[in-house]
Design a binder for this molecule. Structure first.
Ligand code: AMP
Length: 398
């Protein structure tokens, strides 16, 4: 069986991550990984590591635009030091209502997905740019889109339908849900014994939580956009719509341009709110924990809001699932912030969720529940790139 080098391109709002895998039969071997980070800031970073973690590239370049950033990646991938991919997988946050399946990327498909930029405005433009460039710089290599919304396709209509006038629902306004590739990768890692009633909390700078029944998504916290659901680093999460209207009217006092006002509201709700907004200090959990240690009351309130909201969602998901077998924490905070996990679970004993403080005192994969806890609580890092490689290999064979 020949080896199949697969390239994964995974863009965030200010970063482009990439990795190369060799796929032989069911085996997946990481060959290299890298990232350009800090696009549009003064803190540009560009690094590539080999399979053993040895740094092959480590630079601090100026990254004024995504074009400059992607050119660095493209030049490195064409330098002859890395195998030419036979296929490329692109992570895409949202393809809109008409593009819900992972599939081969064509110029027409990119145009179609671009129509729904408003559904993930921080993520879609850079992903669309990279897809167009990738078709151009890797001619003849099939490119596939892997959607974060794909895992959530099994949610029932009662969950996806928004309580709005039908004319807006007809425009594709509904709950899509995000972080789907991470959730899929957790279910994949739990196979062949995926618990029937499972909740996974993906707690990173963006945070969401998902209820999974028999391996399929039943409900998730993010909605039309990744701004919905849990309070996260810089996003409001679910909020009384009247609050957004109040802020919009305040903004409207300073401009008569409706689009400019909407853009400003977007910045408030997506970039200035959440942990950053409440603490007035930082969106980074490590900094907030340090501030709490130093007695900062606003940092304490921000983190309390975060953990309190997550506990509420867990309670509602247990009701939806009709019980719970396993709770999994993943994402930067889920994997590393021992105190957040303890605080979230501290009031959930009545739901059968009991942590063992000694077992919880870890960073990385572990079972952290008490031996006699009715619900097993685990920490499992996501394996999103591997999931994308698996989709690409499957789609190549179709
Ligand atoms: P992610 O978006 O998944 O990379 O997660 C980023 C979040 O994880 C940030 O809020 C970080 O502060 C948090 N995080 C990463 N490492 C740690 C750590 N060792 N302790 C606490 N929080 C951490």
């Amino acid at each position: 069986m020949p080896s199949l080098p697969v390239l994964v391109l995974n863009s965030g709002s200010s970063s482009i991550k990439f990795s190369g895998y060799e796929a032989v039969n069911g085996q997946r071997t990481k060959l290299f990984e890298g990232a350009v980070d800090g696009i549009g800031t003064d803190l540009g970073q560009f690094w590539i590591k080999d399979a053993d973690g040895k740094k092959l590239v480590d630079q601090n370049p100026a990254l004024p635009t995504r074009a400059v950033a992607f050119k660095l990646v493209a030049d490195a991938l064409h330098s002859g030091k890395f195998p030419m991919p036979v296929a490329i997988g692109h992570r895409m946050v949202c393809g809109g209502p008409t593009v819900q399946k992972n599939q081969l990327i064509t110029p027409e498909l990119i145009d179609e997905m671009e129509r729904y930029t408003a559904f993930a405005p921080l993520h879609t433009p850079i992903a669309i740019y990279i897809m167009r460039e990738s078709l151009h710089i890797f001619p003849g290599v099939p490119n596939f889109v892997c959607l974060d919304t794909y895992f959530h396709r099994t949610m029932p209509e009662v969950v996806t339908h928004m309580p709005i006038p039908d004319e807006y629902a007809a425009m594709g306004v509904r709950r899509y849900g995000y972080h789907g590739i991470s959730y899929e990768s957790i279910v994949h890692q739990l196979q062949p014994s995926v618990p029937g009633k499972l909740i996974v909390a993906h707690l990173g700078n963006g945070a969401s939580i998902t209820a999974i029944r028999n391996g399929q998504c039943l409900d998730t916290s993010m909605g039309l956009t990744p701004t919905g659901g849990l309070i996260s680093g810089t996003r409001t999460g679910d909020i009384d719509p009247g609050v957004l209207l109040f802020i919009l009217r305040k903004i409207a006092e300073t401009t008569s341009d409706a689009t400019a006002a909407a853009d400003k509201l977007e910045v408030v709700a997506s970039k200035k709110a959440g942990l950053l907004g409440v603490s007035g200090l930082s969106n980074d959990m490590r900094e907030l924990r340090e501030a709490i240690q130093a007695g900062n009351a606003k940092a304490r309130l921000a983190v309390d809001k975060f953990t309190w909201t997550i506990a509420k969602w867990i309670g509602s998901f247990v009701a939806e699932l009709g019980g719970l077998d396993m709770l999994v924490f993943t994402g930067g905070i889920g994997e590393n912030d021992i105190a957040s996990r303890a605080e979230i679970c501290s009031g959930l004993g009545a739901l059968g969720i009991v942590l063992d403080p000694a077992r919880n005192n870890v960073r990385g994969p572990a079972i952290i529940s008490a031996k006699d806890s009715p619900v097993t609580v685990r920490v499992i890092p996501p394996a999103e790139d591997l999931m994308i490689v698996n989709h690409v290999i499957r789609l190549l064979g179709e």
